[in-house]
Design a protein around this ligand. Sequence first.
Ligand SMILES: Cc1ncc(COP(=O)(O)O)c(C=O)c1O
Length: 453
Amino acid sequence: MPETKATKNQSIKMENKYKNSDAYRAVIHDLIPGGAHTYSKGDDQFPQLAPAAISHGKGAYVWDIDGNKFLDCSMGLTSVSLGHAYEPVLEKVKEELYKGVNFQRPSYIEKEMAEAFLALIPCHDMIKFAKNGSSVTTAAVKLARAYTGRDLVAFPGDHPFYSVDDWFIGKTACDRGVPEKTKELSLTFKSYDIESLKALFEKYPNQIACIITEPEKEDDQPQGKYLKEAIELAHKNGALFIIDEMISGFKSALPGSTTKYKVEPDMCTWGKGIANGFSFCALTGKKAVMELGGIRKTGEEKVFLASTTHGGETHALAAGLATIAEFKKHNVIAHNHKLGDLLMSGLKKAIAEKGLEKNIHIGGTNWFSYALFKDEKGSVSLVFRTLVQQEMIRRGVLYQGAFVPCFSHSEEDIKYFINAFAESCEVYQQALQNGVDKYLIGPETKPVFRKHL
Ligand SMILES: Cc1ncc(COP(=O)(O)O)c(C=O)c1O
């Protein structure tokens, strides 16, 4: 990590080297459309002075292909809940790897995982595995349509992401390639607003198959009360309710907001974080619904639920089992929440000390906090966001506007982050006074969901 005046007794040395990164950037877009396998990892999401690719990670740190070391903040898009290359998980993965990873029939470990995961979520009876979150959110939507015999699906239009599949992407600015007829089957409402949901059911009586929503995103929302009312409302209208725990799972609680708020959705979807970055995702649900994907009811019409070559890959399931064990053994949730609280209060203090309350807003929760950056006129600004990314990266923090604590982060890391942020705020102040162009090198980042490139 480069040294800054924020690190004790050490000289300021803030510039990283990007020779290999620049060479990588120069060719990668000819090889891989978008240059990455998640749009949010792409070059248009980072400032020019940023690593192009990571060589390896350990704990809460990553090293880029030039050897620069960074404190990690989003931990593999929030999937690495314990830490990079976390030994107790690696040990279990290695054991499984040497036994073979994929067979003609299910592996014994599928039963072990099914029992272990379902024990975490008592309101659900059955589970189906997959490798990606989108596969399970789409499977949940399909089951709801099959169960209810209805076509329409609804989700909060102000939430960022539920699936790469057409039922969701068709409602975003990036709807090219999605048939108009498919788009018409998806409806949106305002998140955590029961009146908005009521209006939707009134407008489309007996037509909505399901509501799918993330359970909570901000501290100051009435999540528990809302979720209870929304589930009741959906059921009263003959629709199923799906809670997408992709981000909240293993972060808001163990296993997630569903148990934290003691609500009983028909299905839940799980992914990021449940196997410490390994590719293991899951759909859980009530028997009456999930059994539709089964093969026991001879004579009934078959529902082709999730069916994947790699869904039962043994080492990913072993990673999941080891992750559950570590979360229980160490009370990882309490550790992460404590650090998250420390971070949020530290950032708010730093912002107040620099008089930037009108320009930087810290929101979210102690398990996923984010910062919103505004220009001198008070408008949300990608230019200022990019400037802060640039300044944080200069100081050895690979920052994209959000911080998700993991078990490998320490209080020292949080203090380092806050100091780096406070220093970045000084640059912010100067940029507000003298013009941001004088400080930002290269173009600003762009929204992932945009109509035009
Ligand atoms: C809330 C939510 N649901 C579903 C997904 C899809 O997960 P995946 O990228 O594994 O397909 C994401 C991914 O960012 C997500 O944030």
